[in-house]
Design a protein around this ligand. Structure first.
Ligand code: ZN
Length: 286
């Protein structure tokens, strides 16, 4: 892709910031946005500005080591996280970080968005893992991101927010929209009693569509993820095997799924739970 002009990239950052703020994905001065200007320079939002009210002239230009080359303001406090993404992903031309509230709630609850629920999400993002908690704006954060960024275009940041990357600014921004939309749907579905999951066989079929439609993905979906699966090299999508079936009704916990359903969710009233405990105590005493 030919480099877009600096003026148009500055305008695109302003527009992406305006959308992030308008949709409530950032509050106050949260979030940051960057894009490759050329092979050796980045254009980046400055620190301590509201992303909803930026002006094209306030952006910073840095090199790939984070040294400021131009701009009146200092670059984003999360610059190191952006630099890490560009180091690990030569194909990434833009990075967006925000705190979309429902996706961030999943990140706070420690629940990755990795269930096979929506065909478009499986086909595009695959899964959305959670990078370990790291103190914002320290070098811990790029280290936490490094684990997943080679194989994922979007991830949650534990107790913090979300991070996406793409081939251009809007591609990275739209992935942020997709993550928040997916989180919202997942949340409501769980309130309604739990998602019906796509079967492993359907997920395999969807993965085949990536090639057919030319959807770029940094890594394949793990064929049958288990506790030993290295999630740095593939995208873990939880989908129970069910040959001949596209949807599986059984609700699952975010933990490992197996044929015995040892991790399947069950519902008990307090009275039933109390009775079970009393029964267990009685058997211990007898
Ligand atoms: Zn943040």
């Amino acid at each position: 892709m030919a480099d877009r002009s600096e003026a148009s990239l500055r305008a695109d950052i302003v527009e992406v910031g305006r959308r992030l703020y308008a949709r409530g994905y950032t509050a106050s001065n949260d979030g940051n946005i960057s894009v490759r200007l050329d092979s050796s320079r980045l254009l980046m939002t400055p620190r301590s500005v509201c992303k909803g009210f930026m002006d094209p002239q306030m952006m910073c230009i840095t090199d790939l080591a984070g040294v400021k080359l131009a701009g009146d303001r200092d670059p984003s406090s999360e610059m190191q996280m952006h630099l890490e993404v560009y180091r690990q992903r030569p194909d990434a031309r833009a990075v967006v970080h925000a705190h979309p509230p429902i996706a961030t709630a999943f990140a706070v609850a420690g629940i990755p968005l990795d269930r096979a629920v929506l065909a478009e999400v499986v086909t595009t993002l695959g899964s959305v893992p959670i990078a370990d908690y790291a103190t914002p704006s320290t070098k811990e954060l790029p280290e936490a991101v490094r684990k997943y960024v080679r194989s994922h275009d979007g991830m949650l940041l534990a107790n913090h927010g979300a991070l996406t990357l793409g081939g251009d600014l809007f591609a990275a921004y739209y992935k942020m929209e997709t993550i928040e939309h997916f989180a919202h749907i997942s949340f409501v579905a769980r309130m309604l009693g739990g998602e019906r999951l796509l079967s492993r066989e359907e997920v395999t079929r969807l993965q085949g569509l990536r090639g057919m439609y030319g959807i770029a993905s940094p890594a394949p979906i793990c064929p049958d993820p288990g506790p030993e699966t290295d999630t740095a090299d593939c995208q873990v999508v939880f989908a129970p095997s069910s040959p001949g079936t596209r949807l599986v009704t059984r609700a699952q916990t975010p933990g490992r799924m197996d044929a015995a359903g040892a991790d399947a969710e069950i519902r008990l009233t307090y009275r039933e739970l109390t009775a079970l405990i009393e029964e267990a105590v009685r058997q211990l005493k007898s």
